[in-house]
Design a binder for this molecule. Structure first.
Ligand code: AMP
Length: 486
């Protein structure tokens, strides 16, 4: 099926063709005609399915006629994080290039600019995170009664981050005759309740990403000692054919420490986590997309839903506390039909977390490295996996308060070719000597893994304050809308 069958305008079809997309994805095939008909929809779909275009494309055509009035946006998209909001904005720019729509982005963490004038003048599309939108509403900068189309994107993430009350409040501020589109990877009861309350006779569209995409991801677990993780990671980065990689840590301070460490060893690395200023996060992302850095060290919240093309590898430096996060992490690779590799560093303390993940994905992940991992289900001989006597418990593990000097240092020596190249080691790791003595064997590229079924919702574990739960700890300047096209 081609995009031509969906009822989109010629201008829009031209922009889609320029993007290089020939065929609509399943969610686009199902959603676009319904949205054009004015129906409310619930899209049960994750990032990677093409869901953004499934609402952006028909919205552009619907909004093509008419004009935004002062402080009264005609459409509103709420997204859980700034990066996601920015990505939706990029989609509007890409597909709306033949239209003359005005757009504003209302997110925390970026400074006030002249884009508030665009809001004042009236925008067709307002993309916002819930908290910042309510702030501006309360300051009288926006009236929401003129919104004809509402999109709630990644409602499951809103739920995780405690935003559902804000979303309900926003919905109650909108006029009654709007069209509403809700997207969520899961339909947990609070999301169902939200839909029941604020959507009007919605059509439910469900697409599974995991069954198709995960077939392209070769997953493996690499056993290592808790104190050998950095050595092991560096060996992996040198041994694997890494063109671009995201390395996930469970804690924000570890994101900083690890990224700084990799830079000291000559890797082109950058970091992204929730304590960074918005402009730094966006510029790191730009650096990664433009291949100025090839390794992005990230926390879960900062990286969730990011659409970065061509990520060859995912490395889980820490096994995620929530099995569901594992699925989201590895979903950053193997996108759009490409193959990807996901390697998780595992210590003996991580057995329970691994068992949770395997239960969720319904498959056993390939083990590599010398020591076996004893998960409850596979052996009674737990505790005999050797080589990791120094392993700290998975929760509350600390690096003794060691902090890095600054977040934004450039790589000491550029190392564009990581694969099998001897990387200079200008500044040795300030790690205890004893920790360096038991080194994990470097691992070969793993064989393709079995397909994994779609995940079920997993309970989220209690989090300590250094885990990136989306809470903004840095300064929060005023809003800025990034783009207005009138
Ligand atoms: P999303 O699920 O919206 O995050 O999109 C995932 C990725 O798929 C993005 O890189 C999109 O640019 C890409 N994409 C969207 N629609 C299509 C399509 N019809 N064909 C191929 N790729 C697409």
């Amino acid at each position: 099926m081609s995009f031509h069958a969906l009822g989109l305008s010629d201008e829009l079809l031209a922009a889609v063709a320029d993007s290089g997309y020939n065929e609509p994805t399943p969610i686009q095939r199902q959603a676009i005609p319904l949205v054009l008909m004015g129906r409310d929809i619930i899209g049960v779909a994750q990032t990677g399915t093409g869901k953004t275009a499934s609402f952006v494309l028909p919205m552009i055509d619907i909004l093509a006629h008419g004009r935004g009035r002062a402080r009264m946006p005609r459409s509103l998209i709420i997204a859980p994080t700034r990066e996601l909001a920015d990505q939706v904005a990029q989609n509007f720019l890409k597909y709306g290039k033949n239209h003359n729509l005005s757009m504003a982005l209302l997110i925390g963490g970026v400074s006030f600019g002249d884009q508030d004038k665009a809001l004042e003048k009236g925008v067709d599309v307002l993309i916002a995170t819930p908290g910042r939108l309510l702030d501006q509403f309360e300051r009288g900068k926006i009236l929401l009664s003129g919104v004809d189309i509402l999109v709630i994107d990644e409602a499951d993430r809103m739920l995780d981050m405690g935003f559902i009350p804000d979303v309900e409040r926003i919905c109650s501020l909108l006029g009654p005759n709007r069209q509403s589109l809700l997207f969520s990877a899961t339909m947990a009861p609070p999301i169902k309740k939200l839909a029941d309350r604020f959507l009007n006779d919605p059509r439910m569209i469900e697409v599974a990403r995991q069954s198709s995409t995960n077939a392209n991801i070769a997953q493996s677990l690499l056993m290592t000692g808790a104190r050998d993780k950095r050595d092991t990671l560096r060996e992996l980065l040198r041994a694997e054919e890494v063109t671009s990689a995201i390395v996930f840590c469970n804690r924000k301070r570890d994101v900083n420490d690890l990224a700084d460490s990799l830079k000291r060893y000559g890797f082109r690395a950058g970091q992204i986590h929730g304590d960074m200023e918005q402009r730094d996060r966006l510029s790191t992302l730009e650096d990664f997309k433009a291949d100025r850095i090839s390794i992005l060290v990230a926390s879960d919240v900062a990286a969730r839903g990011l659409d970065i093309k061509g990520v060859s590898h995912i490395f889980n430096y820490d096994v995620p506390f929530n099995a569901e996060d594992y699925v989201h992490r590895i979903g950053r690779t193997g996108r759009a039909g490409k193959t990807g590799i996901a390697v998780t560093l595992v210590t003996s303390a991580d057995a329970d977390l691994v068992a949770d993940i395997e239960k969720l994905i319904g498959a056993r992940i390939e083990r590599r490295g010398a020591a076996p991992l004893e998960t409850g289900s596979e052996s009674k001989a737990a505790g005999k996996d050797g080589g990791d006597k120094d392993a700290a418990p998975a929760r509350g593990r600390s690096r003794g308060g060691r902090r890095t000097k600054g977040g934004d240092r450039k790589a000491a020596a550029p190392a564009p070719e990581i694969v099998a190249a001897p990387v200079p080691e200008p500044e040795p790791e300030p790690e205890p000597k004893a920790a360096r003595e038991s080194k994990a064997a470097p691992a070969p590229v793993p064989a393709p893994a079995r397909p994994t079924p779609a995940p079920k919702a997993a309970p989220r574990a209690a989090r300590d304050e250094d885990i990136d739960d989306g809470t903004w700890n840095g300064p929060v300047p005023d809003f800025l809308s990034v783009s207005a096209r009138d």
